[in-house]
Structure formats: C-alpha cells, structure tokens
Design a protein around this ligand. Structure first.
Ligand code: ATP
Ligand code: MG
Length: 185
C-alpha cells in the first residue's frame, strides 16, 4: 500500500539556506536537505484504488501560483520537543490550496483530518533534546527568514510504506497557473 501526502517542494536556494541551520542541537536527527518539503495534506497508507482516486481528484485543482516565505523557527511538542521546524509566513493562497486538498481528499473517501493545519518545514526530528536545549538553539538561530519563493506546482508524494520518511518520491506533479485569466477572456 502506498503511503501518500500532498505537498510543496522547497527550491534549492531555500533548502541551502535551511541546511545552514543543521547542527548545534543535541538529540536532533537532521532532515537531509533533499527531503525538505511542506506538507499540505497527509493521506497515509492507502490501497491503489484510493491512491488513483486521490491523484485524479488533485487534477481538478485550478489555481494560480503564489509566493511563500519561511519565517521563524520553532519546536513542536512543548515540554517534550519532537520536531524542529521552519514556519511559513501567513499566506491565504496556501491556506486555500490546503483547504481544497482537504475537500478533495474527503471526496476521494478519506477520513477528515481532525487537526488544524500548521504549515511548516521539518528541519529535525528530536529524540532526547530537552526543552532547554531547544530554547537555547532557537535563541541562537531562531531569527531565520528565507527569501521569498514562487510556488508554481504541488506534488503528490509517496514516502516509505507504513513507516514513513524519505526519500520522498514524486508520484504526480500538478501545475498552478494563471487559470483565473482564462475565465476573463
Ligand atoms: P518519519 O515518519 O520517518 O518521521 P515523515 O513523517 O516525513 O517521516 P510520513 O510519516 O510518511 O514521513 O509523513 C509524510 C509527511 O506527512 C510529513 O511531512 C509528516 O510530517 C506529515 N504527516 C505525517 N503524519 C501526519 C498526520 N497524521 N497529520 C498530518 N501530517 C502528517
Ligand atoms: Mg511520520
């Protein structure tokens, strides 16, 4: 059964600036720069019929590209930190695209995602880092802000079946374009 999720690629120059943040946090397992990504909708382990339906549904998206920027680092997990992430500067087009993926995946037969969407790029998985070590890391590096980058497509990725993790494979790529202009001609 493939394990799938939808997401946005991180361009090489932004990935390079994120990769400079690697190191300096005990207990961190740093994500390989080629595996950086922004998840839109986690689909999970599904059979081939659902996978095909999901891929087809995503092909219905008609949206324009938009710009994103990564802004600030933070940790997920509170007192027991489990991930170090780069946050995404607020973007309505991103939230709209994510909400459409959520609707389409429900129509493909998936259970609703109960959790609120918090866009982020995971930089490290944390095993034994204390909240104090994380706070120290963030006070030294947390000023991070990427260059803006253009999002002109989204991707249906697969990760390793049942266990997850990279390398992530691009199963299908969907362009975002100037569709709005078509209706006004
Ligand atoms: P690993 O599980 O080895 O840490 P991973 O989390 O990157 O690696 P997956 O578990 O396949 O690999 O997850 C793929 C993407 O979907 C990741 O960005 C992950 O953060 C996200 N994700 C995983 N599970 C969920 C979930 N239940 N809800 C929302 N997003 C999720
Ligand atoms: Mg996972």
């Amino acid at each position: 059964m493939p394990r799938l999720f939808t997401g946005i690629e991180i361009p090489a120059d932004v990935a390079e600036s994120l990769s400079m943040l690697r190191g300096g946090l005990p207990g961190a397992r740093w994500v390989q720069p080629e595996n950086y990504h922004l998840t839109l909708r986690f689909i999970g382990d599904v059979d081939d019929v659902v996978a095909r339906e999901a891929a087809y549904m995503l092909g219905q998206v008609r949206r324009e590209g938009f710009e994103l920027r990564l802004d600030d680092l933070s940790a997920f997990g509170g007192r027991k930190p489990r991930a170090l992430v780069a946050n995404v500067a607020p973007s309505q087009p991103l939230m709209d695209l994510q909400a459409e993926h959520e609707r389409l995946m429900r129509r493909a037969g998936l259970e609703p995602e109960g959790r609120k969407y918090t866009p982020h790029v995971t930089l490290a998985r944390l095993r034994d880092s204390s909240s104090r070590q994380v706070a120290e890391y963030l006070s030294a590096r947390g000023m991070f802000r990427s260059l803006p980058f253009q999002v002109s497509r989204f991707v249906l990725f697969s990760s390793r079946a049942s266990t997850g993790g990279g390398p992530y494979i691009e199963e299908a790529v969907y362009p975002l374009a100037a569709y709005a202009a078509i209706g006004t001609r």
